[in-house]
Each structure stands twice: as C-alpha cells, then as structure tokens.
Design a protein around this ligand. Structure first.
Ligand SMILES: Nc1ncnc2c1ncn2[C@@H]1O[C@H](COP(=O)(O)OP(=O)(O)OP(=O)(O)O)[C@@H](O)[C@H]1O
Ligand SMILES: [Mg+2]
Length: 306
C-alpha cells in the first residue's frame, strides 16, 4: 500500500486563489520526500490536508489508505506532525510533556517514560528533561516537538521545517535521525523545507511546488533529467584552446558541459596539447539547489509570457 496518494488535490481558502492546485503525487513506504518551494507555495497547506486539519476543496488524498478529511483520528494514530506551532505545555517539563502525549496515544505510563527518555537522549535534551518547557530555547522546543511527534512510533512523519531554528550541529543530528528512521524502521517522512542542501542529504525523492502548482516530482536523477543530466566540468587553466565551447567564469576558470566523464580526459589533453597548464579540474552533476532555482526560474518566465 502507498503511504500517500494525492489525486488532483486542491485547496481554495475562502474564495481566495488556489493555495494548492490539482496536485497529484504518490509516496511509497520508507521514502523521505522533500517538499520544496518558496514562501506561500502551498507546503503547509498540503501537510494540513494530509492530516485532516483542513479539507480539500477538490480532489482527494489518502494516507495509508485512510482519508484524513473523513477519518482524521485514524490518520493521527499512525502519524506524527511537527509544525511551527506545536501544542505543548509550558508548565510541564520536557519529560512530562512527552509522557503526557504518550499516554494520550494509549501507551502505558511506564512504556511512555521509557520512550520519552530514549527520545530525549537521542535529541540531546537529557540535561533539560526536568526543566519546564517555558525555559526552553527555540531550538530545544523544536527538538522536543520532534520527540513528541515520535513518541507513538508513527508510520509516517510530517515535518514542516523541522530544522529551521536549529544550530548546524543539531540540524545535522536531526537529519541523521530522519535518515535512520527511514532506513531502519521504514518510517515514511514528508519533509517541508527551504534548506536545500540538507534536503539533498536526507531525501530519496522530491516534490517542487510554486504558487500552488506542483512543478516536478521524482528522484534527484529524475529531476536532473528535466534540466541537464550530464556533468558540469570546471577547469582552471592559463590557456583555453579555440574550438571547444568553454564558458569563461572567473579568473583562470572556465566551465563546459559534458554528458559522461569519459569526455573529460580528451578535453584536458586538448588544453595541454595547445600549450596550456591545467591546475584544477572539478566535475559535478546539478545540485538540488541548482535544479530548484532553474525550475522556479522557468516557471517565472512562463508566467511572464502568459
Ligand atoms: N488560513 C488561510 N486563509 C487564507 N489563505 C491562506 C491560509 N493559509 C494559507 N493561506 C495562503 O495559501 C498560500 C499557501 O500557504 P502555505 O502556508 O501553504 O505556504 P507554505 O509553502 O507553507 O509557505 P512557507 O514557506 O512560508 O511556510 C499562501 O498564499 C497563503 O497566503
Ligand atoms: Mg509553511
């Protein structure tokens, strides 16, 4: 069974423009899906629809076969959600908050405590476990919210910007945890984020959204194919021969696109044969960040033409 199936999912908030427009996508179990897009693109709207916090205006969605708009409680039982405004209690300690939510999910108190302590340890909050939530910093609160979302070992996690307020070390540790959850426990993760470099490290597939419209869905390689699937080669040399289409960039650097790495040695040889010295050669495929900007840019151009 698919973890998520969205079919022509559409949301129009009280007569306004479409916040989500005809979005169709599927997620398999164990996938870490990066949902990417600029501010106001419709990411949080999608998370809310998939959790039954709001209902679709048109189309439908299912989470492990459950329709969240008709059975939100069934979706809540198998999912964990982290949003900016996670409901927790300021006058309870970190540990008490987790145990409270564990028992709310029907987990016996002793087991809830065991899980809470393990999660506090995993998220580096053990020293703060007996402090009241009101004394937590933004990043600590965010990590506790993540622990809260995982107390009932959900099959699927919806994470809306889970690392936005975290320092680089904590963000890295949260990302590692996301990767482990997917690979060891088969947890499916729906991750909304602006942090494209982190996304590229943790996600197995992506959805790119702008202005409510899903621009592309697929693995990094599939997205690359939409733009350029080959390699960008950067070469530093004091001389670039005529007849090869180098693009001069900065100083002694130039770049050239190739389809496969077999094309690189002959290019270097041509430079050397022409009397040039080659100081550095770097080859890389398009990053998620480059793909993102290229697709968003294309979309802008299309909108301007219309
Ligand atoms: N309750 C609401 N009523 C009316 N319009 C809304 C409501 N919530 C969101 N919107 C609008 O829907 C669109 C999508 O918003 P959404 O919060 O889903 O974007 P987002 O991709 O999560 O953005 P961000 O990156 O800023 O979190 C925006 O134009 C927003 O103004
Ligand atoms: Mg949002």
């Amino acid at each position: 069974m698919k973890a998520i199936v969205a079919e022509r999912l559409t949301k129009i908030y009280s007569g306004e423009k479409k916040a989500l427009d005809n979005a169709s996508f599927e997620l398999s179990q164990g996938e870490v899906f990066g949902f990417l897009g600029p501010n106001g693109a419709g990411k949080t709207t999608a998370v809310k629809l998939l959790n039954g916090m709001i209902s679709p205006s048109e189309g439908s969605c299912h989470v492990f076969g459950i329709d969240p708009s008709s059975s939100p409680e069934k979706v809540h039982a198998i999912s964990g959600v982290v949003t900016e405004h996670a409901q927790m209690y300021g006058n309870l300690t970190g540990q008490e908050n987790l145990v409270f939510y564990g028992t709310l999910f029907g987990i016996p108190k002793e087991e809830s405590l065991k899980r809470a302590l393990a999660l506090l340890e995993r998220l580096d909050l053990t020293v703060a476990k007996d402090k009241k939530l009101t004394t937590y910093s933004t990043g600590m609160r965010q990590r506790l919210s993540l622990a809260r979302a995982m107390i009932h070992t959900p099959k699927i996690l919806f994470l809306d910007e889970p690392t936005s307020g975290l320092d680089p070390e904590s963000a890295q540790s949260v990302n590692n945890m996301i990767k482990e959850l997917a690979s060891d426990k088969g947890t499916t993760v729906f991750l909304c984020t602006h942090q494209l470099r982190y996304a590229q490290e943790v996600c197995s597939s992506y959805g790119l959204i702008d202005d409510g419209t899903l621009l592309a869905v697929g693995s990094l390689d599939a997205l690359r194919c939409r733009i350029f699937s080959g390699l960008k080669v950067h070469i530093k040399s004091n001389r670039f021969p005529e007849g090869i289409s180098f693009r001069k960039t900065e100083g002694q650097w130039a770049e050239i696109n190739v389809q496969t790495e077999d094309e690189i040695p002959p290019i270097v040889k041509r430079i050397v044969d022409a009397g040039g010295n080659v100081y550095e050669v770097m080859a890389n495929r398009l990053s998620l960040e480059e793909i993102y900007f290229s697709l968003i840019e294309k979309r802008k151009e299309q909108k301007e033409v219309r």
